[in-house]
Write a protein of this length. Structure first.
Length: 148
């Protein structure tokens, strides 16, 4: 009878150990998810601003401000005075190259202010400029270099 009791005791200990290990793994998994999510956040932590200027004779003026916020980053365009174009889009770009940039959407106002939401997970440190580009006519309208 002793061997059976020993066998049951060992089996019970193995099940309890396995359950504890699984519980520990679940806790670690949640911790790892939180840490990874934090690591996936854009690295930029300070606001960057630039002044729009026209490209190739087109008119563009105003201030662009890249704002990192807790609930999602935004690009704020203020004091806009931009030449009206049929299909103007706002891009975050590297060295003014909109083709490899991030399209934030259509320019809906040519004067005043507009706020554009930046997609979650965007690596904002990759971009150093804002470009307004008319997709219909494939021409640049305005550009600003972002500075801290």
């Amino acid at each position: 009878m002793k061997p059976m009791r020993t066998l049951w005791t060992v089996a019970l200990l193995l099940m309890l150990t396995a359950a504890a290990a699984v519980a520990g793994m679940m806790d670690n998994k949640d911790t790892m998810k939180k840490e990874m999510k934090g690591d996936m956040q854009p690295m930029m932590s300070t606001e960057r601003t630039g002044q729009l200027a026209g490209i190739d004779g087109h008119q563009a003026a105003g201030t662009v401000t890249l704002k990192p916020l807790d609930d999602g980053d935004v690009l704020v365009l203020t004091g806009l005075a931009v030449q009206k174009v049929p299909d103007g889009h706002v891009f975050l770009a590297k060295d003014g190259d909109y083709k490899h940039g991030l399209d934030l959407g259509r320019l809906t106002r040519f004067s005043g202010s507009q706020t554009l939401t930046i997609p979650a997970g965007a690596m904002l440190d990759q971009y150093d400029s804002v470009v307004i580009w008319c997709l219909k006519f494939n021409v640049g309208i305005g550009q600003a270099t972002l500075k801290p």
